[in-house]
Write a new protein. Sequence first.
Length: 80
Amino acid sequence: MRVKLNAVSPELKKDLERIAAIWTEGLTRFGGPFLAGKAFTAVDAFFCPVAFACSRTGSSCPRPPRTIKRLLALDAMKAW
C-alpha cells in the first residue's frame, strides 16, 4: 500500500537530504553498485528500512532512486 505524506516537515526534509547526500557520496566514492562498493555490506543493510519506507511513500524520498530500487530488488528484501 502506498502512503501519501500530507506534508514534509523541515526536519524530515533535512534528514532526507542528508540520506541522499550519503547515498550519492557512497556511490561516487566506491563506484557502486552498492553504497560501499561492489558487495552488499552493513551500510546497505542499515538503509534497507529506509528503502522499504520509500517504496511506500514515493516522491518525498531521497535520491538517487536507483539505490532504493537496487535494495528492494534483493531476494532478502523481497522475502522481508
